[in-house]
Ligand binder design. Structure first.
Ligand code: SF4
Length: 277
């Protein structure tokens, strides 16, 4: 069986930076991460062994240091840390920080902010928290409600960094065609689009596709969706233990890609197991 590995598989720049920052942290001080640093159990376990735990919010947890993950957090979290004299180790991806600054500035300039993404995703919760009035959050074009909008207002549009470009384009086009006063900035991270394009190309050339990453990782799920639409035998797995030999019977060419939070050693183990199959 020929095995193709996507060049873009695995940690992106922002995730690698956040993980490195977490591992370099002086853990003799009481340190927490706000949410898991990445959606990966191996990394979470390694940090736990180093004495760094993950919490969902800062309430009633005595701590010296707080690590903010690549997704970023609302502005109020920095304020809360400051009030509690907690040192912040800010591992927010610089691309996400840029969106925080953009929405904050445009709101001050009088724009209403339209944020395209999943309202429950931590990155969207974080970006929304950098505006005073809150953003209009849209998951897809069907959520676009023109009765909420005004032809007299100005709208600044950004999206979740890991969102599908086609969904963003559809919403922007609909607003343009309806004649709204909009300013759009493409905030989809090139790491994501490169990974998605490569996955798309690969999935159309192979008989089976393996997508490695967590079910909780939005960018992994998007990869799974893209590959699944082009290659019916697409399998999404957390790690090598989930590979089933029978799924590859008669397959001569398999493609492998991985989400942004999948460590290199997990990818290596999957490749080794596929070679054995
Ligand atoms: S996908 Fe892009 S924006 Fe998101 S953490 Fe990675 S590098 Fe940063």
């Amino acid at each position: 069986m020929e095995i193709l590995l996507a060049k873009s598989a695995g940690f992106c720049f922002g995730v690698k930076r956040a993980v490195d920052m977490a591992f370099k942290t002086d853990s003799t001080k009481k340190t927490y991460t706000l949410g898991h640093i990445i959606h990966n159990e191996t990394v979470t376990h390694q940090l736990h062994e180093k004495g760094i735990e993950s919490i969902e919010h800062m309430d009633h947890v005595p701590m010296d240091q707080l690590i903010i993950r690549a997704h970023g957090v609302p502005e109020e979290v920095y304020q809360e840390a400051y009030e509690k004299s907690v040192h912040v180790i800010d591992a927010t991806c610089p691309y996400v920080t840029k969106i925080h600054k953009l929405v904050s500035r445009h709101e001050k300039e009088g724009f209403n902010i339209i944020l395209i993404g999943d309202a429950n995703h931590p990155e969207i919760i974080g970006i929304n928290g950098w505006t005073k009035k809150g953003c209009i959050i849209l998951k897809n074009k069907s959520e676009l409600d023109f009765s909420q909008l005004s032809q007299d207002a100005r709208y600044f549009i950004v999206s979740q960094t890991t969102y599908k470009k086609a969904v963003v384009d559809e919403i922007v086009e609909a607003l343009e065609q309806a004649g709204y006063n909009i300013k759009f900035m493409n905030t989809i991270c090139s790491a994501t689009s490169e990974r998605q394009n490569e996955a798309r190309e690969m999935a159309s050339q192979v008989e089976a596709m393996v997508v490695i990453g967590s079910r909780h990782s939005s960018n992994t799920q998007k990869l799974y969706e893209i590959c699944g639409s082009l290659c019916p035998k697409t399998y999404c797995i957390d790690d090598a233990s989930m590979l089933k030999e029978e799924d590859f019977e008669g397959i001569e060419k398999v493609g492998v890609t991985a989400g942004a939070s999948t460590p290199a050693d997990v990818i290596d183990e999957v490749l080794t197991k596929l070679q054995q199959i």
